[in-house]
Each structure stands twice: as C-alpha cells, then as structure tokens.
Design a protein around this ligand. Structure first.
Ligand SMILES: [Zn+2]
Length: 143
C-alpha cells in the first residue's frame, strides 16, 4: 500500500479513537510492539467490529515471549492451533505472536475471536466464536 494511504488510515484511526471516546469512557486501549502502520490497521479493524468490550492492551511479542506469557498465565495452547493470539481475561490483554503474523485478514479474523472471549468473559472457544462470527460480519461489511 502507498505511503499516503497509510497516513490516511493512521489519521482515521486517531480521529475515530476520539469519536468513540465521546460515546463511552472505557474505549481507550494501548497497542504495543506494532509498527504504526499495523497498529492503524488493527485499530480500524477493531473499530469496524464495534466490540461490546475492548481490551486494555494488545501486545505484539516475539514467539519466545508469547510462549513464555502463555506459560505464565497457565494457558493451554493446543498444538496445531491455527490461532496465534490469546487473551488474558483478568487483565484484558491480548497477546499476538509477532513471528506468526500472516497478514491483515489473518489479524482481523483472529482478533474477532479474541474480542469474542472478552465480550463473553469466557475462555470457552465456542462462546468466543459465536460472538466472533458477528464481529467478522461487521468487519467484512465495513470493507
Ligand atoms: Zn480462543
């Protein structure tokens, strides 16, 4: 994508963050470890999905840190799982394995799943997917 397009996305993300804040005080979240471009895309995706519960922070981390964090939170990450994200519900933190990043569609698809965990406050995969389906539809409609 051209640099100018990225800039537009970036400023849209900033503008939309200000807009959502007028609707609800609990709408700010931080994104750590991402390039400004990727952060802008992610924020646009999340805004389009309009989730009922937002994370407090989203962290892109290298694979070893991802494994470490999953271990620390005593999460069972099944082998062969296609998702490379997980959510720690208590701290409303979403971790993304930077080394497995596979593009914007991948990011939107799995972020919908993690937002589903947050919305249902459940670690159940079926609960998360039920909500994620709705979020993915909103994301698709926004494109
Ligand atoms: Zn899950």
């Amino acid at each position: 994508m051209k640099r100018a397009t990225w800039l537009v996305l970036f400023f849209l993300a900033i503008a939309s963050a200000g807009w959502t804040q007028t609707l609800n005080n609990d709408t700010s979240y931080t994104v750590q470890g991402a390039t400004p471009e990727r952060e802008a895309v992610l924020r646009r995706q999340i805004q389009a999905m309009h989730p009922s519960v937002l994370p407090y922070r989203i962290r892109f981390v290298p694979h070893w840190q991802y494994v470490y964090a999953a271990h620390m939170y005593r999460l069972h990450v099944p082998t062969g799982m296609t998702s490379r994200m997980f959510t720690h519900l208590d701290s409303r933190s979403v971790f993304i394995d930077e080394d497995r990043y596979a593009g914007e569609d991948w990011m939107g698809h799995w972020m919908a799943h993690e937002l589903g965990h947050l919305a249902t406050n459940s670690s159940g995969e079926e609960d998360a997917e039920k909500t994620a389906t709705q979020y993915r539809k909103r994301l698709k409609d926004s494109l």
